[in-house]
Design a protein around this ligand. Structure first.
Ligand code: PMP
Ligand code: GLU
Length: 398
């Protein structure tokens, strides 16, 4: 008997996590797979942050924390928003969750009524679309292409807005494309949004510190819409703390209160130890963040060079995050050595996994089937070997 609800049956599994799991299973069988699928840095958490976590255990931070997180952490986040982003938020306007993933989902579930429209520029991070589906909202996907560096223009936004539009989800720096919105590009979007006061913005800034083009620009900097913005951020990427599961939302009081109510019935406050470690991350020495950023910049340059050497792949130069999103549709319709045909990005990702033992994620999961996503959050040696194998495998397609 299978009693799975319609809600769950309508939900697609996470393609990023599924591919990563597949790659780990092959590794466990002794196959030398290079995993470029999951978006996770290969660095270790900086020592001072680890020490803060250990201290928290010794100091008996073992009780339930307040649902939105310890006040000391929310204060540290408010200081971070002021120091790094020039934004004024009271600690009461911040709620911490089990990763930025939960923060995004909280925001969506707290805003979206069945049938409400949510604008998502594509390519998008896999989970946005599914979270909107979970909330019974309607995704309005706005396709942006390589030619426009995958950034939504003001006129595309204007065209997508209807009286039923509830929110826009922006991700800058972007997963999967590496696109970074400039201040001027954000301002152009804001000029449209001011004409539509019912539209909220969920601004996912989790890759803030992995930025190769200068300063990070948050859409919340524009006073005309600040109270309609939910900033999403966390410690996973900048501080190499994916497993700690600590993210936050900063936004208007009503939204933070609503998230508090939802979270209070659902997960309670996030892990107490992770919270104390995160406090150190936000308040402590930021040198490791800068160093990791430099390593990603070197890897980005290397990967761009390696991709250019592979015929048939076409790629924008990422301005942030740690992914490349090459167009690979020139290989569609070709035949693999085993006689199978590459029909789309899913076939190509599986082919690369089986033939090259390189795991990447099919573009179709991000809303564009012409591409695949590869994470370069791994060593330069791994990257060289991975792209050598990819080039060799693609050359076998006839
Ligand atoms: N947003 C984006 C765009 C991401 O790539 C990720 C990566 N997992 C998240 C949010 C969630 O991050 P986490 O839950 O690890 O804080
Ligand atoms: N955000 C990362 C990715 O896109 C981690 C996996 C996930 O949470 O989906 O690969």
């Amino acid at each position: 008997m299978n009693q799975v609800s319609d809600r769950l049956n309508n939900l697609a599994p996470s393609a990023t996590l599924a591919m990563s799991q597949k790659s780990n299973e092959l590794k466990a069988q002794g196959i030398d797979v290079i995993n470029l699928s999951v978006g996770e840095t290969d660095f270790f958490t900086p020592d001072s942050i680890k020490a803060a976590g250990k201290r928290a255990i010794d100091e008996n931070y073992s009780f339930y924390s307040p649902v939105p997180g310890y006040m000391s952490l929310r204060q540290a986040i408010a200081r971070k928003l002021k120091r790094e982003n020039g934004l004024d938020y009271k600690p009461e306007q911040v709620i911490c969750s089990n990763g930025a993933k939960q923060s995004v989902c909280n925001a969506i579930l707290c805003m979206v009524n069945p049938g409400d429209e949510v604008i998502i520029p594509a390519p998008y991070w896999v989970s946005y679309e599914q979270m909107v589906i979970l909330a019974e909202g309607k995704c309005v996907i706005v396709k942006t292409g390589l030619e426009q560096n995958f950034k939504m223009t003001a006129s595309q936004l204007e065209e997508a807005i209807t009286p039923r539009t509830k929110a826009l989800i922006l991700c800058s720096p972007s997963n999967p494309t590496g696109g970074v919105y400039s201040k001027a590009e954000l301002k152009a979007l804001v000029d449209v949004l001011v004409k539509h006061p019912q539209v909220m913005v969920i601004s996912d800034e989790i890759y803030e510190h992995i930025n190769y083009v200068g300063s990070h620009e948050s859409i919340a900097q524009f006073p005309e819409i600040k109270d309609r913005v939910a900033i999403i951020n966390g410690v996973s990427k900048a501080y190499a703390m994916t497993g700690y599961r600590l993210g936050f939302l900063a936004g208007p009081d009503w939204l933070v209160k609503a998230c508090n109510k939802l979270q209070g019935q659902y997960t309670s406050g996030p892990c107490s130890i992770a919270q104390k470690a995160a406090e150190e991350a936000f308040d402590g020495d930021q040198t490791p963040v800068v160093e990791m950023g430099k390593a990603f910049a070197r890897r980005r340059d290397l990967v761009m060079q390696l991709i250019r050497e592979i015929p048939g792949l076409e790629c924008n130069e990422p301005e942030g995050a740690f992914y490349v999103f090459p167009r690979c549709s020139s290989y569609f319709g070709k035949t693999a050595p085993d006689g199978s045909t590459i029909g789309g990005s899913l076939d190509l990702a599986l082919y690369l996994l089986n033939e090259a033992h390189v795991a990447c994620v099919a573009g179709v999961a991000f809303g564009d089937d012409d591409y695949v996503r590869m994470s370069y959050a791994t060593s330069e040696d791994n990257l060289r070997e991975a792209f050598r194998r990819v080039g060799e495998a693609l050359a076998k397609l006839k």
